[in-house]
Design a protein around this ligand. Structure first.
Ligand code: PLP
Length: 432
């Protein structure tokens, strides 16, 4: 059986269960395509991150990068777990507000925050603004003056390290749209501007080196770079960083080729780098997105048409595709898929799983081993919880799927399936 499925996820009927709920029951009740999250798995992942920092006796914040999946229910779970979150838009912030998420635990990210977004952040007293560029320093100064407010900020630097999953490139990412460049002195100039503004409380330094990272040295290099910058700024400006934020990017197991790091591995490396400097150990913040929700998510599909091309391959088409998960089409992301009603069945053929959208590139899996499947069968694509629903679209005017949270044998609808009426509700007639 696929090693991404736990043995206790198979019930007496041989069906896959999520959060203790039978997949057949989920599909019958909510329809397909359907996104299902195992909430306990989300909680366990957050707790695993927190536990390592606590065992290491470090000041820390685990800040869920909500771009991976944002919904009122999701912010509620994050809040329940005592974690922090980061948002990158008015929409994510609004959703967090609707969820009653504690605003002091919110960081606001983004490389082009608008005046309106900054006003919203200041008026709602978000915990930190992660400043990305000079334009933002100016806008934020205006907003703080207008509301006679102060706010904690961090500076996002472009560390000159970019992670491409397995490789690192130490110079490439200077050429990035995110953050202040170090080499040309932009980061230092930004520091001076922020320190000169009494309404901005300069908490520390942030860097994010990439996503789906499996090698320890990326985090090591990132933490080292941040500490070198902190040390330099202390010497030059007497500025002492209270917080170092190393971003997210912790890789997950999408396929058998992926070998994720354990939280204790990268936390220790980051701590070691921070301790190497003759510098008071700052609070270490991390911003995991994918690693918190990715493995907890499943996309359920019903098989429809089949096309066998003699001498080539067989295509099976499901009732979803790039509209609910753009990642395979966008960057050839790979997933494992199982027959949800019998994940233990012997795998007898290799097929290409196609979506129903009008793009040849709408392929969910290039080559998936499956038992013989027929129209009406239920497939579960594994580890789809990150950047799937959050990037969903209405391409071809297909409604976006419903999202269900399952925990302790109970399922709860947390985002309704879009209806056909929903699809036209913003449309206006051109005729009088
Ligand atoms: N922090 C920042 C600044 C990011 O840009 C991202 C992702 O793009 C993340 C955190 C989350 O990364 P991941 O989902 O790979 O953990």
């Amino acid at each position: 059986m696929n090693s991404q499925i736990a043995v206790d996820q198979i019930n007496e009927q041989g069906h896959l269960t999520i959060g203790g709920v039978d997949i057949v029951e989920l599909a019958q009740k909510y329809g397909t395509p359907l996104v299902v999250y195992d909430v306990d798995q989300i909680r366990r992942q957050i707790r695993a991150f927190k536990k390592v920092f606590e065992e290491e006796n470090m000041a820390y914040a685990v800040s869920y990068a909500s771009k991976a999946f944002a919904a009122i229910a999701m912010y509620q779970v994050i809040a329940e777990e005592g974690a922090y979150t980061d948002v990158v838009s008015a929409g994510e912030l609004f959703t967090a507000i609707k969820a009653n998420f504690p605003m002091e635990r919110v960081s606001f990210h983004g490389n082009n925050k608008s005046l309106t977004e900054l006003e919203m952040a200041v008026k709602n007293h978000v915990g930190k603004i992660i400043i990305d560029n000079f334009h933002e320093i100016q806008l934020l100064a205006q907003v703080l003056k207008k509301y006679d407010a102060t706010i904690s900020v961090m500076l996002r630097i472009a560390p000159g390290i970019s992670a491409h999953t397995h490789e690192y490139d130490q110079t490439g990412q200077i050429d990035s749209k995110f953050g202040f460049d170090l080499e040309s002195g932009q980061a230092e100039k930004a520091l001076k501007q922020v320190l000169a503004n009494p309404r901005m409380k300069m908490l520390g330094i942030h860097a994010h080196i990439g996503s789906q990272i499996f090698a320890l040295n990326g985090f090591e290099m990132g933490a080292q770079k941040l500490m070198v910058v902190a040390q330099d700024w202390r010497e030059k400006y007497g500025y002492l960083a209270q917080v170092i934020n190393v971003g997210g990017g912790f890789g997950i197991k999408y396929t058998q080729e992926d070998h994720p790091l354990r939280p204790e591995e990268f936390v220790k490396v980051i701590k070691t780098e921070a301790e190497k400097m003759n510098y008071p150990l700052p609070e270490i913040d991390i911003e995991p997105g994918r690693s918190i929700v990715g493995p907890a998510g499943y996309n359920l599909y019903t098989v429809g048409s089949r096309k066998d091309i003699p001498g080539y391959r067989s295509y099976i088409t499901v009732d979803g595709g790039m509209g609910d998960n753009i990642r395979p089409a966008l960057y050839q992301a790979k997933y494992e898929t199982v027959l949800a009603t019998d994940p233990q069945a012997p795998l007898t053929e290799h097929v290409r799983i196609a979506g129903k959208y009008c793009e040849s590139g709408d392929i969910l899996a290039e080559d998936q081993a499956l038992p013989q499947v027929k129209a009406g069968d239920l497939l579960a694509m594994l580890d789809t919880g990150a950047y799937g629903y959050s990037m969903a679209s209405n391409y071809n005017r297909n409604p976006r799927p419903a999202v269900v949270f399952a925990e302790n044998g109970k399922a709860k609808l947390v985002i309704k399936r879009e209806s056909l009426e929903d699809l036209v509700h913003l449309d206006q007639s051109y005729l009088n």
